[in-house]
Design a protein around this ligand. Structure first.
Ligand code: PEP
Ligand code: MN
Length: 396
């Protein structure tokens, strides 16, 4: 795990931060930080507040949430027609849930900033045996397996800002004529501290992350005393934390205490990603401990990240049957504890890709993946996403 010193918007601290790239040029990074601090915030405090109010409905069990988008967004997709396709896709899935339940559904895109990836292995071994730094998202390096292009380049943080702004422009254009409750909001993983800290802005209600509407903390950076949780605690946006099979009840309770001390409904979302096999044993004690504290939390199921495996040919994939099983177990456990299963967090694309598979893991031996385009994790294609959303709907 990469550790580094980090700087907060309020000054320099020596908090250790997990999953930070090994930036090649420290002076250039400082220059980029100053540049980002001088640029306008991308989101407004009013938008962030509207999303929090919409999520408050989900915290009270009166609305649903559908978060979705690419695992790793690409800079070259920051063009209006690509963004519109993604928005139409998310809106279509949200309408399935709306029509099926009569409830409000808040669509939230993994978009307009989902340019940074945590990696389990900082290096990737190429077929010829060479080792190159792993791809960490377009905000850090290039997916091409070339040692020069894989160096962490701070100027990419400015490109990430520009592309996020372009995507957000297309998102706002889609809001015309829609009520606040029917808009798609933006979200990404709060991972790269020099970027996120430089985009904290001070509004009427205090500091907020002006890089996005909703920011989440990944499973690898969720230490309650770590720099990422510290950043999320210092801003008033709605925030999420990925909850994995090794998150203990005490850890979850501490996250609630640090991230939602004022018990604001809609402020904190737990995105459960345990894996179909672990969820039944790992989730009940955690839900029980959080519910006992009485502080509202929005519970979402990410049935994807705990069910990733490599197919025999080497492709990273996930089977729909495992994802369905995790979603089912999630809804059952939440219901047993009288908590509201508020929705799904999915990696999906409007493109007809073949990245996830429709068959159980045991039957993937001879599979080929002719349209594998993701530079990171496997996404659901439109038919697969619809199947999963329908499966969730039937459980409600
Ligand atoms: C992701 O959402 O792409 C991700 C890396 O998830 P997690 O932190 O849950 O592994
Ligand atoms: Mn992913």
């Amino acid at each position: 795990m990469t550790m580094s010193l980090s700087t907060t918007s309020h000054g320099t601290t020596a908090t250790s931060a997990a999953q930070q790239p090994d930036w090649q040029d420290g002076d250039l990074l400082d220059h980029v930080r100053r540049r980002l601090r001088d640029l306008p915030g991308l989101t407004t405090e009013d938008e962030v507040g509207e999303l929090e109010r919409a999520l408050a409905g989900a915290a009270r069990g009166e609305a649903l949430v559908l978060q979705g988008g690419d695992c790793a967004e690409r800079f070259h997709d920051a063009v209006p027609d690509r963004v519109r396709r993604k928005l139409d896709h998310l809106q279509g899935l949200a309408s399935v849930l709306r029509a099926g339940t009569g409830l409000g559904v808040v669509p939230v895109g993994r978009m307009a900033g989902q340019y940074a990836k945590p990696r389990s292995d900082p290096y990737e071994t190429l077929p010829d045996g060479r080792r190159v730094p792993s791809y960490r998202g377009d905000a850090v390096n290039d997916p091409a397996a070339d040692p020069v292009l894989r160096a962490a380049d701070p100027t990419r943080l400015v490109d990430a800002y520009d592309c996020s702004r372009a995507v957000l422009g297309a998102v706002r254009a889609s809001w015309a004529g829609r009520q606040a409750g029917e808009r798609v909001y933006t979200a990404h993983e709060l991972l790269l501290l020099p970027y996120e800290e430089s985009l904290v802005r001070t509004g009427k209600r205090g500091d907020y992350a002006a890089s996005t509407h909703f920011g989440w903390i990944g499973a690898r950076t969720s230490a309650p005393d770590g720099a990422h949780v510290g950043l999320a605690a210092s801003v008033h946006n709605p925030v999420g934390v990925k909850i994995g099979p090794r998150t203990s009840p005490a850890h979850a309770v501490e996250l609630v205490r640090r991230l939602n001390p004022d018990a604001v409904p809609g402020r904190l979302t737990f995105i459960v990603r345990m894996g179909a096999e672990q969820l039944d044993s790992a989730l009940p004690p955690l839900v029980e401990a959080v519910a006992a504290g009485g502080i509202p939390v929005v519970w979402l199921s990410d049935p994807m990240h705990g069910n990733t495996y490599r197919a025999p040919g080497g492709a990273k994939t996930r089977s729909l049957s495992a994802m369905r099983a995790e979603t089912e177990a999630f809804v059952r456990v939440l219901r047993e504890h009288r908590q509201w299963p508020a929705g799904l967090h999915l990696e999906l694309t409007p493109d007809p890709v073949t990245e996830c598979v429709d068959v159980p893991e045991t039957a993937t031996g001879r599979l080929v993946f002719p349209h594998y385009r993701s530079v990171c994790d496997p996404r659901l294609n439109p038919a697969q996403a619809e199947q999963l959303v329908h499966a969730f709907l039937r459980l409600l």
